[in-house]
Write a protein that binds this ligand. Sequence first.
Ligand SMILES: [Fe+2]
Ligand SMILES: [Fe+2]
Length: 193
Amino acid sequence: MLGLKLLTDPRWANIAESNLEEILTDHAWCEQKAAANALYLISNNSEHIEFIQKMAEIAIEEMEHFNMVVEIIKQRGYSLGRERKDDYVSELMKFARKNGSRNTSFIDRLLFAAMIEARSCERFRVLYQNIQDKELAKFYYDLMVSEATHYTTFLNFARKYATDVDVDKRWAEWLDFEGQLIQSYGKSGAVHG
Ligand SMILES: [Fe+2]
Ligand SMILES: [Fe+2]
């Protein structure tokens, strides 16, 4: 699925479902961080007008996702906890190229975003296919579709602007790295846990 090297064990969905307040809190903040990432990309890449318009759309969509999760939290009488750390994303960030040309870093930042969208999409798929809660299963199905679109958007922009990077080769490196990294996860009830 989406080129991912390792698929999540479906039993992870049971861990997530055993503490819905926690997974929903973590999920809400994932959406907020996805919006923040789109805003960051806008502020640093003003020369790509088509790109920043798309990032503005994505930032809005991610905040709509955030609000949908918060609404579910509210309806169920849960609390939105504090922002959670995301070690998985921190590890991916370390892998992103920060030296080299400005464009090289930009392309890698797009691949970083595509990677997170791909894994989030896969995790939402595992949730929708395995959780007992019907309302949430439908919710996660819809989000899976949306994050798959974001994944494609980031990867396509990487290809479009890659003047000095072999995107297919670099994307293969990302998939290999992520496939190793994710082996340490899948044991806690967080979107990337
Ligand atoms: Fe989202
Ligand atoms: Fe997304």
